[in-house]
Design a protein around this ligand. Structure first.
Ligand code: FAD
Ligand code: A2P
Length: 312
């Protein structure tokens, strides 16, 4: 194990092998729902067959792919590209770099303005694809939300809300396939117990390896003692006996993926626990981090070298 903090270095990865102007068309191999029957949320695990394309063996876990949905927007322009994190390890679902998956939540709501049904263009297009249908992809994209070189030399604390779990499925698979012996903590937040994603897989790793901890926060079914919702960032306080000894190590990295809202609270709670070394400050903040407002955090607190963020 490292004695001092090692600089976080990434292997060079390929990006933009396919662009918006030059996408690749690949078939869907599988599209299955992964929220359970009674969930009000529809989240799907979708697998693409990229064999014979430049994407074969060229997507690294943590990267995203771009999807070009067919059709036109209300201005008559082709629909814009949307990004989706890959949920497979770098070797793909098949171990040969031919099959890669993503995890897509149908965006369904009432329109904020009109009150009519609002259905997101690309998520619903993807979620309705059938095996054999083809889809236009770009990418891969992303150069920093990756596992570092010598990935098993580090410890990890992963924070995920909803489909933010996608890259961590790939990363956890990758780390334990490589014989990970350092600590990995995955903290996952979802609205209901029906919305656990890849739960069997993460439980199986937790049962097999004592250095993997899988913590869940069910926001709409659990309350903390003060009545506030149980969000992922609360684990920094509520699970400090588990997390603090890991966060104290100089070779621990923090990754955050999912809703933007969690980011600022994670920074505040890291500071509350005394882990300022994970943060960079543009200006001096109140000595008591519990008093920091989101506005202050947004303008003055940035993730430092050991923190990686992909929020949307
Ligand atoms: P759109 O048709 O684009 O609608 C969304 C837009 O409509 C937003 O601009 C929003 O402001 C607006 N809107 C939303 N709700 C309403 C409403 N009720 N009334 C009116 N307007 C509204 N998503 C995943 O599911 N899985 C992933 O793994 C994933 N990874 C991502 C990785 C990255 C790096 C990024 C940037 C995003 C990722 N996303 C992921 C999000 C994804 O790219 C899309 O933004 C998401 O699927 C919604 O796209 P859509 O086309 O369905 O919705
Ligand atoms: P809630 O919606 O109950 O407020 P999904 O994307 O599938 O909806 O899951 C996102 C999860 O993240 C939900 O449990 C949601 O809770 C939770 N969440 C919402 N806002 C925040 C926030 N600011 N910090 C952390 N978690 C959040």
């Amino acid at each position: 194990m490292m004695e001092v903090a090692e600089k976080v270095v990434f292997d060079k990865v390929n990006i933009n092998l396919y662009s918006k102007k030059n996408p690749v068309e690949v078939p869907v191999l599988e599209n299955k729902i992964i929220t359970s029957g009674k969930s009000p949320n529809f989240i799907r695990h979708i697998t693409f067959d990229v064999s014979g394309t430049l994407l074969e063996n060229n997507i690294v876990c943590g990267q995203s792919i771009g999807v070009l949905p067919p059709g036109f927007d209300h201005k008559g322009k082709p629909h814009k590209l949307r990004l989706y994190s890959v949920s497979s390890p770098s070797k793909g679902e098949d171990g040969n770099g031919k099959l890669y998956s993503t995890t897509v939540k149908r965006l369904i709501d009432e329109n904020w303005n009109s009150g009519d049904l609002f259905t997101g263009v690309c998520s619903n297009y993807l979620a309705s694809l059938k095996p054999g249908d083809t889809v236009r992809l770009t990418g891969p994209s992303g150069k920093r939300f990756l596992l570092p070189k010598n990935a098993t030399d580090f410890n990890y604390v992963f924070f995920a809300t909803g489909t933010g779990i996608a890259p961590f499925r790939g990363m956890v698979k990758e780390l334990f396939d490589k014989g990970m012996t350092n600590d990995v903590v995955l903290i996952f937040g979802c609205p209901y117990r029906t919305d656990f994603l890849y739960e069997d897989y993460f439980n199986s790793i937790a049962n097999k390896y004592s250095n993997f901890n899988y913590l869940v926060c069910v926001s709409r079914e659990e309350k903390r003692r003060d009545g506030s919702p149980n969000y992922v960032q609360c684990k920094l306080i509520d699970e400090s006996p588990l997390l603090n000894p890991i966060l104290e190590k100089e070779n621990t990295l923090v990754y955050i993926c999912g809703l933007k809202g969690m980011e600022y609270d994670i920074y505040r709670n890291l500071a509350v626990q005394g882990f300022d070394s994970y943060l960079n400050f543009k200006k001096q903040m109140d000595a008591n981090p519990a008093n920091w407002s989101w506005k202050d955090i947004k303008s003055n607190v940035k993730p430092a070298e050991r923190v990686f963020v992909e929020t949307y």
